[in-house]
Design a protein around this ligand. Structure first.
Ligand code: GTP
Ligand code: MG
Length: 195
């Protein structure tokens, strides 16, 4: 995919702020700090359009990025960040949940996990929840550059087994450092968004 245009559109705190131009949307979900914003930057080949941070909890709103005037990436706030209050967590939860359930132009959720570690209970709950509501999912196991290639297959197997990934869902090995998995993921995105 040749990205010629990538624009940050809005940091939405409520549905009335979502873009209304009708383009298909692909949302990024995953634990805080797993690498959602970094993945967006790698996909669009821009260093820092989506703000990243080594401290978790950076993205706290729904951030819409319009790509080639054809689709949106929607960067969701990460889950499982311990340092926010329970109340705050519940509010974010509701906000994300209503976006995922009600947004009719949402075409797919890219669910990120860290390939180095077994998926957490939060990850498994998220995967279950998305499958329950029949939201199309692509699992991305990221930070592949952090483990030796000889261990990739073993770790991918662990991801699949822990999440109980259905045979119909793709699992893409990815690295925002090296670009591994970028072309494969673009292929899946374009298939889903119908271009
Ligand atoms: P929140 O916005 O807090 O939910 O985090 P996020 O999921 O958007 O994570 P972000 O993209 O900000 O990345 C978190 C940290 O992980 C940063 O220090 C990134 O540089 C690093 N990181 C992300 N992806 C990769 C990767 O593929 N490889 C390596 N080595 N580091 C990565
Ligand atoms: Mg982020």
């Amino acid at each position: 995919m040749n990205v010629t245009q990538a624009e940050f559109i809005i940091s939405a705190v409520g549905p009335d702020q979502y873009p209304e131009d009708g383009l298909p949307e692909v949302a990024l979900a995953g634990r805080s700090n797993v690498g959602k914003s970094s993945l967006i930057n790698k996909m669009i080949q821009r260093k820092n359009l989506a703000r990243t941070s080594s401290s978790p909890g950076k993205t706290q709103t729904l951030n819409f990025y319009r790509i080639n005037g054809e689709l949106y990436f929607v960067d969701l706030p990460g889950y499982g960040y311990a340092k926010v209050s329970k109340k705050q967590r519940e509010e974010w939860g509701k906000f994300i949940e209503s976006y995922l359930l009600k947004r009719d132009r949402l075409r797919m959720v890219i669910m990120l996990v860290d390939v180095r570690h077994p998926p957490t209970r939060d990850d498994a709950a998220m995967y279950d929840w998305l499958t329950h509501y029949e939201i199309p999912i692509c699992v991305v196991a990221t930070k592949a550059d952090k483990i030796p290639r000889s261990r990739w297959q073993k770790h991918i197997k662990q991801v699949k087994e822990t999440l109980l990934v259905r045979g119909t869902d793709s699992v893409v090995l990815f690295s925002s450092e090296t670009g591994l998995g970028r072309d494969e993921l673009w292929g899946l995105i374009l298939e889903r968004t119908g271009q």
